[in-house]
Design a protein around this ligand. Sequence first.
Ligand SMILES: Cc1cc2nc3c(=O)[nH]c(=O)nc-3n(C[C@H](O)[C@H](O)[C@H](O)COP(=O)(O)OP(=O)(O)OC[C@H]3O[C@@H](n4cnc5c(N)ncnc54)[C@H](O)[C@@H]3O)c2cc1C
Length: 476
Amino acid sequence: MDVATRDGSQEHLPDAAVTELMYRLRGSLVTAEDPAAAAEPCEVWNAMHADRPAVSARCSGTADVVDAVNFARDHGLLLAVRGGGHSVAGFSTARDGMLVDLSAMRGVQVDPDRRLVRVQAGALLGDVDRETQAFGLATPLGRVSETGVAGLTLGGGYGHLQNRHGLSCDNVVAAQVVCADGTIRTASAGTHPDLYWAIRGGGGNFGIVTSFTFRLHPLGPVVAFAGTFYPLEDLADVERRWRDHVVSTPDAVTSFIVTMTFPAAPGMPDVVHDRPVAIVGGVYSGNPDEGMRVMQPLRELGTPLFDMSQPMPYSVVQAALDPIFPRRTLRAYWKSQYLDELTDDAVDAIAGRALDRPAPQTLVNTFHIGGAVHAVGPEETAFAERSSPFMVSVDTMWTDPAQDASAIAWGRAAWEELGKFGNGNVFLNFTGLADEPVQAGVDSAFGRNLRRLGQIKAVYDPENLFQVNNNIVPTP
Ligand SMILES: Cc1cc2nc3c(=O)[nH]c(=O)nc-3n(C[C@H](O)[C@H](O)[C@H](O)COP(=O)(O)OP(=O)(O)OC[C@H]3O[C@@H](n4cnc5c(N)ncnc54)[C@H](O)[C@@H]3O)c2cc1C
């Protein structure tokens, strides 16, 4: 079998080598030559990047990951790693290369006494929330429950609890990592602290994380949720009032504005069906009654079309946006800009783009960031962006492959226009395309941490085995 290599050529793998790896794995080894595998859907979220690997190691545990890493390294193979498969840029697969697929590793073990949860690296956010909420606990994760814990956490991880409890990566107390030499290392404050620092924001550059241990916080089961639908035409006024309000809200509030054409979803009123809307959202990490009172102003930023704000189970809030992001259906190109200030001109530009989206599925979002995210210094973890109060994300999404070029062009133009108001930094988990030049983004996102990251990369992955990601080049 011919498999793509890291130097861009093809390696012929003898059948005996493939068979040996197949027998070693407790999970399974699937090749593109296997008709049953070819008939399966490619389990990546972004339908635009459903390229098949030549060989996939579907690992059942850390030992399988070690064997797969050794195999890929010894044969010089192009290697991708898949946690939840939600990479927007297409890093969840390697065309004709090798894939380490962690999707069978979804175990979650809560230690309520120590307020810790150990999570295997193929777990989805909903797997973790399900188990931790059984104990009235939570760790900060993202806003769509089907997203993978691993990629989200390694790249930072924003979500509904961020302003109170920090990024997902800020709550990692330890991780088990299989590095490029096949060695299993524990990264924590006390063991391999350089690796521990690097994996908190540096992405999958340093090895394959097989499990994370996260800190837990008391939460729920019910939280205060704000979800107020305003007409999209009113966005500029609503967003100005929102901006003026959120900068002085307590850290327990994490708020955002999503703009979209709302689908004709069952259970939702006709007035929002197929209607362009701006949804002002917010979650309060604390007492639900107090939260509803504190977030009341988010519900009075204009004349709502519909208001679904109410105390809700946290697990329901965590899955509320899932229907907007179905797997394997949407084609996607996402870009972001951090803003030091959300000026009136910036709001007008955001509103202009939100009214001019190329497809109903496309979103233009603004997130308020503060509190615990800003309390961590830019050099304390690899995640350097610790001061911007706002991030705008242009989530260009569509379904028709014929629209790929025009939709991407729209997304890029919108991002460039909004960049006039940005501070030059971008969020790397919202990287547009893998094969467009990301180096500028990598440089700006890691800032002054890039040099140290390059040095740590040289220690743990000197040959750049882990390169299907926002890549950090080893720099001894
Ligand atoms: C619908 C949707 C909603 C999102 N919502 C949020 C959000 O609320 N907040 C937020 O911050 N981000 C969000 N994101 C962005 C998300 O964080 C990234 O797409 C993230 O990379 C997804 O992780 P994954 O494990 O699902 O992806 P994958 O495609 O499996 O992996 C993404 C990257 O991480 C690497 N990786 C994955 N697992 C491992 C591992 N175990 N060890 C080493 N490297 C690994 C991969 O090599 C790849 O480079 C969202 C994305 C989507 C598509």
